[in-house]
Design a protein around this ligand. Sequence first.
Ligand SMILES: [Fe+2]
Ligand SMILES: [Fe+2]
Length: 300
Amino acid sequence: MERMILQTIRHLEDLPTLPSVAVEVMGLSRSPDVSIKDISECIHKDPPLAAKVLKMANSSFYRRGSQDIDTLHRAILLMGLNEVINITTSVSVLTSLGSRKSQGQSLRKKFWHHCIATGLIARRIDTRLRLRLQGREFVGGLLHDIGKIILDEYFHDQFMQAHSLSIERQCSMFEAENEVLGTTHMEIGHFLAQKWGLPPYIADVSLNHHRPQDARFKDITSVVSIANLLAKAKELSCGGDTMSFVLKDQQGWHILKKMGHPMDSIDLERITFEIEDIGEEVREYISTISDQEIQEHAHA
Ligand SMILES: [Fe+2]
Ligand SMILES: [Fe+2]
């Protein structure tokens, strides 16, 4: 059984795919001399995607000034190329995975709430520590657990078994997954991120968010690992993983401290207080995403 499920998933032919324009945009973004025109023209080839990117750019999550952002060209000028690529990546992955059905709809709803909360908390940590991760901490947080969708969809019974085991033993989900499935949501998420050609930091966060010490992108992965724990502490968990933790003992915390970030300046009580309203922000994010995707699952 060891590694068998990972091998099976590697060879599945009906795995979800990303919109082809999104793949093209991510490819273009790696080229050093890409222009604003290249990117905006590319996104326009997929009108529903372009509309969603613009809708997100005008939402309270991204909009900075009072003016409407009515074209992608303007969005890139005002927000920067990185942020528009971040939005395109998140919207594309949510479009692709958000509509996947699950036999456990209420758990799927919790899953999306957890992922969005992790992204939003990661963003607040980035702002607080002035890390300037340029929105990649949000995308990393949003997508860190995507492997769970694949396990739930293709190996639902074993995934549920792992979920029960995690609660029964009060152990982490990935330990329970390893025991029941012989693989983890991190390995599957890493595989999917690579298969889809997502930016390397997303593959790294998927693989290492429970052990940021092994990450290549240590800053982003550490922030996401802390945000993941805080989201669970706010009861925004996607099931299992019921253990308690001390934030200052976490690897992610030590790594950021070692990198010279002012971790001691963070008042833990205050940060817990500050994320009190995160549930509301999660609901707002969900309502910004179009009806057909995660909204129907998240509101189900
Ligand atoms: Fe995880
Ligand atoms: Fe998580």
